[in-house]
Design a protein around this ligand. Structure first.
Ligand SMILES: [Zn+2]
Length: 430
């Protein structure tokens, strides 16, 4: 009898499947014993059909903190099992030990089965419950971003064009917060999603994040006010001047922007950074926020840069080392963008940009900066590094038809801002 009980406790036990009523999502509960060896679960079915363009998943569990779980999927199309993938606890979750939830994961649409295991093995590990969430976002139909509009005549910086909720969720199955809380924004918080850096369908990723925040975390709506994909497409999240869920419970006074992807070692692409800067410039201008200054944020009790990373106020590595290292440059660029919003400056900036050429870009050893022969006037040049510091400036103005050679070998990698007169060009040094 004692042996029988031990076997029962040291194994994954009965595996009833609970499926939600809708076809878009499914929940699989895996009751477990109070403690067990690091065995793999039996093969389990994903109770969804017609999944497209990918399968989104997350796993909730209750356990002692020394537990690490992994998941793997059987891909029907490939005819084989994929690699074991760690289920990393999500730092954006508001759960407290012993409750955890994994970051949102993505698997191929053709995956039909899965299994879980404990890894590495722990003799005294205790796992109390496991619940797996699966979401089928469905394919998106291409939508044209709506033209953004500034809602204040005092601010000439426009809200960049964006996909509104009807654009990324035309089925209407991703409703907004039924009781939205207005907030007066003083601090702009930059995040990364810690998910994949590529996707065939970013609107489907946004719907997956909405499902994860609402149906897994139990929040009222998607946590971020805005989201950006690596192509520079902006998505409306919770909305403007509304309190989100992204800053470890200290959300009043903040606007949360999520850069979709993982920017720990990868540098965000230029269109993405460019759109982020335009969005932040619009909001700073809108609320009269100095993008390069810092101020007291009453709800967190912290002095924060007005444009901060998630890690500045919470215990998390978000928004990733690489993106975080670019925040000083982003603050400077936002300041320059606001200065250039005056109609005459904007025109001048655009005109100058058409005459300045930087190549190669990305660069590793040297960059050439050329002013086209037809340029109407000489331009001053300076290069600002990701930390917002002037890394180089030309002693004299660049003349029309002239090319300057600048060695950059050994410089810290990342996006640099080349300020040529009023124009601002991005140069990636690797
Ligand atoms: Zn974050």
């Amino acid at each position: 009898m004692k042996l029988f009980l031990q076997i029962l406790l040291l194994s994954w036990v009965a595996l009833p499947v609970a499926q939600s009523q809708t076809t878009a999502r499914a929940v699989v509960d895996i009751p477990v014993g109070a403690s067990f060896l690091p065995d793999e679960t039996p093969v389990l079915s994903i109770p969804l059909s017609g999944v497209a363009p990918f399968l989104a998943y997350s796993v909730e569990w209750e356990a002692t903190p020394d537990i690490s779980l992994q998941i793997r999927f059987y891909d029907e199309k490939e005819g084989k099992w994929g690699d074991w993938t760690p289920l990393n606890p999500d730092p954006h979750s508001d759960r407290e030990a012993p409750a955890y939830v994994s970051e949102l994961g993505f698997a191929a649409a053709s995956c039909s089965q899965f299994s879980l295991r404990l890894f590495p093995s722990f003799d005294k590990a205790s796992l109390f419950s496991v619940r797996c969430h699966f979401f089928n976002p469905g394919n998106s139909t291409p939508q044209k971003p709506a033209t953004g509009q500034g809602d204040r005549l005092s601010c000439p910086c426009p809200l960049p064009s964006y996909l509104d909720r009807a654009g990324w969720c035309p089925s209407g199955n991703c409703p907004p917060d039924p009781t939205p809380q207005p907030t007066e924004v003083t601090h702009l918080i930059v995040h990364h999603s810690a998910g994949p850096n590529t996707s065939s369908d970013w609107s489907a990723v946004v719907r997956s994040i909405w499902d994860y925040h609402v149906n897994v975390n139990g929040w009222d709506d998607i946590g971020y006010n805005w989201l950006l994909d690596p192509n520079g497409v902006l998505y409306e999240g919770r909305g403007n001047d509304l309190q989100g869920a992204h800053f470890c419970g200290h959300n009043p006074g903040t606007m949360g922007v999520c850069m979709m992807g993982t920017y720990t070692s990868v540098v965000p692409p230029a269109p993405m950074i460019g759109k982020l800067e335009k969005l932040l410039a619009w909001k700073c201008c809108d609320r009269n926020i100095d993008p390069e200054d810092f101020s007291f944020h009453p709800n967190s009790g912290l002095n924060l840069f007005n444009i901060s990373g998630h890690r500045d106020g919470c215990s998390t590595e978000c928004p990733g080392d690489s993106l975080y290292a670019h925040l000083p440059m982003i603050r400077t660029d936002v300041s320059d963008t606001i200065a250039a919003c005056l109609p005459s400056s904007a025109y001048e900036q655009q005109t100058t940009e058409t005459y300045v050429h930087v190549f190669p870009n990305p660069a590793t050893e040297v960059i050439y900066i050329q002013l086209a022969p037809g340029a109407p006037e000489p331009v001053s040049l300076r290069l600002v590094d990701p930390k917002g510091q002037v890394r180089w400036q030309s002693g004299k103005n660049l003349q029309a038809g002239e090319t300057i050679t600048l060695p950059v070998k050994g410089w810290a990698s990342g996006w640099y801002s080349l300020q040529a007169g009023n124009a601002n060009l991005k140069v990636l040094i690797q």
